[in-house]
Design a protein around this ligand. Structure first.
Ligand code: 8IG
Length: 272
């Protein structure tokens, strides 16, 4: 049984155990930067530095094999040219998998326990600005959590002002001054939105729709990390584009954009 599913266990204790296992298996005592690489972003891991170790996430406490095709369940330790160490989490758990929100944010909490003070969250998402085209990267400036849940348990009143670090946003813009920006609306999924839901998001100020990053960002803020969020817009959201959405189309758009956005992310990481 996954230790996170036993509600008598404290999720931070499980994250501490996971961090200890990562330190032992990689031989790297402290990781400085963590990255969760979503659809289309995974090539960045090959570009940011030298891989020291690749672990099967299912060997680390609290992690399980990924349920989604196109998502790789590995945890990689990478030595950056700067001398810092990066932890790449290829093992994202989505809320729609039904394992609860503790599992969703375990990677973030493990990264924090491993010493990381910077959390880079990437994802594939649907776009709402009709002039955007498939395959563009979008810098997250804020989010709207439409999942009706939180990764925080108990009376923890965490401030979410400037959740997506202004400093890191500026740094990303210095690498690509014309980088698009947007507010990410998170749904539970796994179904995509109805066109009416997409219009609702537009009306309340959202620019992207996705199923992952918001809850992770909240947990990262709780852990005191500095957060950078980047979406790959793989499709226009339902009703904005003129044809139905398909997972195959989303994967294809991710593959096509991968070299360009991965290089962008590697350039950003080099500056952190
Ligand atoms: I890739 O259009 C990707 N992920 N909710 N809506 C939501 N998630 C997504 C979408 C989308 N595209």
């Amino acid at each position: 049984m996954n230790p996170l599913d036993d509600l008598n266990n404290n999720p931070f204790d499980v994250a501490a155990l996971a961090a200890k296992a990562i330190a032992e298996k990689t031989g790297v005592a402290k990781h400085d930067i963590a990255l969760t690489l979503g659809s289309g972003w995974s090539k960045a891991a090959d570009l940011i530095g030298e891989t020291i170790a690749t672990l099967d996430a299912s060997e680390i406490p609290g992690f399980a094999k990924s349920a989604v095709e196109g998502h790789v369940s590995t945890i990689r330790s990478i030595a950056l040219p700067s001398g810092k160490h990066a932890l790449v989490l290829g093992a994202r758990t989505h809320l729609y998998e039904g394992h609860g929100v503790r599992r969703v944010v375990h990677g973030v909490r493990t990264a924090a326990a491993a010493g990381a003070s910077t959390m880079i969250l990437t994802n594939g998402a649907g776009g709402i600005k009709s002039h955007w085209s498939n395959g563009i990267p979008v810098l997250l400036t804020d989010h709207i959590n439409l999942t009706a849940t939180s990764p925080l348990e108990g009376a923890k009143f965490v401030d979410l002002t400037d959740l997506y670090s202004p400093r890191l946003r500026e740094l990303a813009k210095s690498v690509k001054p014309d980088l698009e920006e947007g507010i990410y609306a998170q749904f539970r999924g796994p179904h995509y939105e109805t066109p009416a839901e997409v219009q609702m998001v537009k009306a309340i100020g959202g620019h992207l729709v996705g199923m992952s990053t918001g809850l992770e960002a909240i947990a990262a803020r709780e852990a005191g990390m500095e957060i950078l969020g980047l979406s790959l817009m793989t499709n226009l959201a339902a009703g904005i584009q003129d044809h139905p959405l398909s997972h195959e189309e989303v994967l294809a758009a991710g593959k096509a954009a991968e070299p360009v956005i991965s290089a962008l992310l590697a350039e950003i990481v080099a500056k952190i």
